[in-house]
Every structure is written in C-alpha cells, then in structure tokens.
Design a protein around this ligand. Structure first.
Ligand code: NDP
Length: 338
C-alpha cells in the first residue's frame, strides 16, 4: 500500500516515514519544496522508489493536495504550523485549519482509493496548560485557548495561539468528516500527542534549528532553562517518545477500531525536574561532553493526568520509559557534538 505523509520532513513526520518504510509501505512524502525533501530522500536512499517526494507548496493554498492524494491508500496529515511567531491568532489558525480541511477536500474530490486519513492533532486541543491537578480524556476540548484568542487577539499568549490553531483544526476536520462521511470511502482517525521528545532523525544541523519541543527539552537539560518557571511545577503536562508517536500514527492507519476516534498518546505526566532527576541518576554519565542541569530536586507537583485507556484498548503501544528516551536522546546529541 502507498501512504501520503504531509509534514514528512518534520520531527514527527520523518519518524512516521521511517516506520512506514520499515513496515513495507510505499511512501509519498509531501514537502513544502524540493530542498526540504532532499535530506529525506538521501536518508532513505536504500528504499529506492518506495519513497517518492511530492512538492505541495504551502498547505494553506487551495487544492495543495489535489494531485498528491491520487492513487494512495491512506494519508497521514502531520503538517501544521508550530514554531512560528505571529501577531494575530488568525495567522496561525488559518493555515492549520486550511491545511487539514484542504487535505480532506482533496481526498473528497480526488482520493477514490483512500481508505483512512490519520490527522496529527495535539493534547493542546484537549486542554490548555494547567497548574491544577486534573485528569482529562478525549471527551475534553480546549475551548479556553480559543476564547483567549477571541478576547485578547494579538495579546493572547504564543501557546494559546498555537493551541487554538490545533483545536480549531481538529474541530474543522471532524465537522468536514461528519458532513461528508456518507459520500466517501474513507474514515478519519485523530492522534492527540502531548509534548513529544526523543532522538531526531530529520534534517537538523544545530541546536537552534531543533523543532520547538526538542529545543525546550535540550534547554531544560543543558541549560536549566525552564522558560522562567519552576521545574517542580512546569509544564505539568504529558509526554511521549517520538518513536511511539510515529508507531501510533501507523497503527491508527491499520487498526479498524481506530476509525472515527480521537486518541490520546501519552506515556505519562512530567515536570522538567523529572527529566533532570532521571538524567542525573544515570550511570554511566549519559552526556560526557556536557554538564547536565541539576534544577531544584524536591517536591514535584503533578498537574495534568491524561486518561489513556482508549489508547490501551485500541492501539496497545508499549511506551518507552523516561530512561530510554533520555539515554537515546543524549546519545544522539553526543554524536552530533552538541
Ligand atoms: P516540525 O516543525 O518539525 O514539523 C512541522 C511540519 O509541518 C514540517 O514538515 C513543516 O514544513 C510543515 N508545515 C508547517 N506549516 C506548513 C505550511 N504552511 N505549509 C507546508 N508545510 C508546513 O514539528 P513537529 O514534527 O513537532 O510537528 C508535527 C505535527 O505534530 C504538527 O501537526 C504538530 O502540531 C503536532 N504536534 C507536535 C507536538 C510536539 O511536541 N512536537 C505535540 C503534539 C502535536 P517546513 O519544514 O517546510 O516548515
């Protein structure tokens, strides 16, 4: 089978491409331009014509995926603006919404062979960052970030603008599907990861060009930079290893019961101090060319817990531990000389 992957050159997208190729799928990797796709082609040269590059330009453009969807059996839509600085919330909301609705519209019009579309949403579409101790599930929606953007406009926080873009994009995907499901041969499945960390295999040469979640993890461990908050309480959210997140996308394509479901993919809750404690307790010292931050070991406060029973029931991934993620990621940084 042939799978179209958008955002194929990104942090999560490149891992998805790898899992698909290893499983024997053919992959059509959709990228913004030729240059963005070149490193991907080079990295997977050994797969020959099983990996095909497809230039789609900006995903917010009408009909961006009209040709890309033709002749594929499944689609994983991972592209969405994430590390962008915008003034007005609509500058990030519009491309996110238009990206997914555009993909679904192209599949509706031209994707007669498509059977399933997996969409990368986020736990940012489940709830905003919270310091309160709450348990949330797929029943929850982050309305608060939408309201903040409506009320404050350009003064809304950067995170709220991104969170609103993910919430509104996912809502638009479900609305489109509900409206057209009797007219199409495919269904949709939505993956909601929290903070995704882990080794990078996409085209990154310097620490400063890391994708946003990995850069935050690096800054916490290497610099003790927690964005101005206490490592004992911040960010009080969930985490997942990028390799498990990629696996979840592929299982969501394959497992019939994943259809018409949004599924939280979360290995556990964390504050930055958790990673510092794990890394500092490792032996041998996991990052020989660097000094690990110590933080302020002490009474960690838990905030958000994600109910992951749906994932266990439908996808059943055995999640990597904090130790595995930390060891492999620091080994990756060590190899890169960071
Ligand atoms: P990256 O920034 O590494 O990847 C984002 C991808 O989307 C890139 O391929 C990028 O292409 C593409 N993209 C973004 N905007 C556009 C656009 N306007 N036109 C064309 N392509 C575009 O981030 P991640 O891999 O971390 O994110 C992938 C997905 O996972 C996103 O949907 C994100 O919201 C979601 N997610 C990420 C989490 C995390 O912690 N990392 C957590 C939860 C969800 P280009 O390189 O050309 O800009």
């Amino acid at each position: 089978p042939k799978i179209l992957v958008s955002g194929a050159n990104g942090f999560i997208g490149t891992w998805i491409v790898r899992v698909l190729l290893k499983r024997g799928y053919s992959v059509r990797a959709a990228v913004r331009n030729e240059a963005k796709g070149k490193p991907l082609l080079e990295a997977y040269r050994s797969y020959g014509d099983k990996l095909q590059l497809w230039v789609v330009g900006d995903i917010g453009k009408d009909g961006a995926f009209d040709e890309a969807v033709q002749g594929v059996d499944g689609i994983i839509h991972a592209a969405s603006p994430i590390n962008v600085t915008v003034a007005e919330p609509k500058e990030i909301i519009q491309p996110a919404v238009k990206g997914v609705v555009g993909m679904l519209t192209s599949a509706f019009k031209h994707g007669s062979s498509v059977q399933r579309i997996v969409f990368t949403s986020s736990c940012a579409a489940i709830l905003p960052l919270s310091v309160e101790s709450v348990t949330v599930s797929e029943m929850n929606w982050n309305e608060a970030s939408i309201i903040e953007c409506d009320e404050k406009g350009k003064d809304a926080s950067r995170l709220s603008k991104y969170s609103a873009s993910k919430t509104l994009a996912e809502k638009a995907a479900w609305d489109f599907y509900e409206k057209h499901k009797s007219e199409v041969n495919w269904d949709i499945s939505v993956i909601n990861p929290p903070w995704v960390f882990g080794p990078v295999i996409h085209d990154v040469t310097t620490v400063d060009t890391l994708n946003s979640s990995c850069k935050r993890w690096y800054d916490a461990l290497a610099k003790g930079d927690f964005g101005g908050y206490s490592p004992l309480t911040s960010p009080g959210h969930g985490w997942a290893d990028v390799r498990d997140v990629a696996e979840a996308h592929v299982r969501a394509l394959e497992v019939p019961a994943a259809g018409s479901e949004r599924i939280i993919i979360c290995a556990g809750s964390f504050v930055w101090q958790d990673w510092l404690d794990v890394a500092n307790s490792m032996s041998p010292y996991p990052w020989p060319s660097n000094t690990l931050a110590i933080g302020t070991p002490g009474a960690i406060q838990r905030a958000i817990t994600f109910d992951t029973s749906k994932e266990k029931e439908i996808l059943g991934i055995k999640f990597k531990t904090m130790e595995e993620l930390t060891r492999d990621t620091l080994a990756d940084y060590e190899r890169r000389g960071w």
